[in-house]
Design a protein around this ligand. Structure first.
Ligand code: BT5
Length: 325
């Protein structure tokens, strides 16, 4: 109903009366009024005048299901969207829906998270109206140990999306942060339910700082596209572009579950490589040179004594010698 009223208002370049809409859609004027109230709560600016009726003034930068789907060209990913204005965590909601049997491709999007989650129980700052907080349900037929590779595929796709949409120099900080000018713009949290012999579902949770203009003091390495690019960006256009790129790569990944097909592109975009990094495991720090990515998604490093090791994501944090990257 809400969607139908919105489509009608978008089509109409001017006022339309409650009566006209109710006639067109075939519901009462009271139902139209309710739908208008809901649209206003979603963030649409709709003028209502007793004499002239309703007029859509502004379709601001919002990420409701109908806005995201309007120009989305995917076969599966994001074709079903569960939108909430405010939620604890889109990953939690996606998990709940996956447990209830939601299909692959369902996307949970929220305008604000009250308990956004990072990895290892860390917190993810997710204020209202300015970022992309979304979680995608995937059901690939792969062994659980391959799940982290999908996160790397998603990190590469988001890096390419952000470069294409903003023209800014985005890079990947291994394994899957996207950074611009040495600051973190995007983080990914993958959670899954699996048996030994296969994955039930993967929740690919992605946070992108799009239009924030300030960050709390305790996040000196966080930034947003708006802060780095000096302008506002469309959240829904970024979501659409990402879903289209990721669907393509995810489908090829399912055919050949390793990273051979994207290794070269990943390495070209990875800012962690070819420099000295600090590897932090528990409280211990060790310096090594990052020399490559394996087709499993591990980071290949050379220690100062020339021995080489493949570091698996999740076990170790990687930092630059003098900053975050
Ligand atoms: C991540 O964790 O980078 C994964 C973040 C995933 C967030 C998405 S949003 C949609 C979905 N639903 C969720 O509940 N989560 C996912 P990690 O690498 O552990 O980084 C967390 C650390 O980054 C924190 O400890 C802070 O230091 C910092 N941080 C917190 N909020 C940030 C932000 N908005 N931007 C940049 N850094 C942030």
């Amino acid at each position: 109903m809400k969607e139908k009223v919105l489509a009608f208002l978008k089509e109409k370049d001017g006022y339309c009366s409650g009566e006209e809409i109710s006639h067109k859609i075939g519901v009462t004027r009271a139902a139209i009024w309710k739908a208008i109230k809901k649209l206003q709560a979603d963030g649409y600016e709709i003028e209502s005048s007793t004499k002239k009726g309703y007029k859509l003034l502004l379709a601001p930068n919002i990420v409701t299901s109908s806005e995201v789907k309007e120009h989305l060209r995917t076969e599966c990913l994001g074709q079903m969207i569960h939108y909430e204005k405010e939620i604890d965590s889109t990953n939690n909601k996606a998990k709940e829906l996956a447990r209830e049997g939601a299909e692959e491709g369902l996307l949970v999007v929220a305008d604000k998270q009250t308990n956004g989650k990072g990895r290892l129980g860390r917190n993810w700052e997710s204020p209202e109206g300015t970022g992309i907080w979304m979680s995608l349900i995937l059901r690939p037929k792969i062994l659980p140990q391959y799940a982290s590779q999908i996160t790397l595929v998603a990190g590469l796709c988001m890096c390419e999306t952000l470069k294409a949409m903003t023209g800014l120099e985005a890079s990947i900080k291994w394994p899957n942060d996207v950074v611009i000018n040495g600051k973190k713009i995007c983080g990914i949290l993958t959670e899954m339910s699996a048996e030994m012999e296969g994955v039930n579902y993967i929740i690919l949770g992605i946070g992108v700082n799009v239009n924030m203009t300030v960050f709390p003091e305790e996040l000196p390495y966080a930034s947003s596209l708006a802060l780095e690019g000096g302008m506002e960006y469309s959240r829904k256009a970024i979501i659409d572009d990402f879903l289209e790129r990721f669907e393509k790569e995810y489908n090829s990944y399912k055919q050949t579950p390793n990273l051979a097909g994207i290794k070269e592109r990943y390495e070209q975009n990875c800012i962690t490589l070819h420099k000295k990094v600090k590897l932090i495991k528990n409280a211990e720090e060790i310096i090594a040179e990052a020399i490559g990515i394996t087709t499993d998604g591990a980071l290949k490093v050379r220690y100062e004594d020339d021995t080489i090791e493949d570091i698996v994501s999740g076990e170790v944090s990687v930092r630059g010698l003098y900053g975050y990257v």
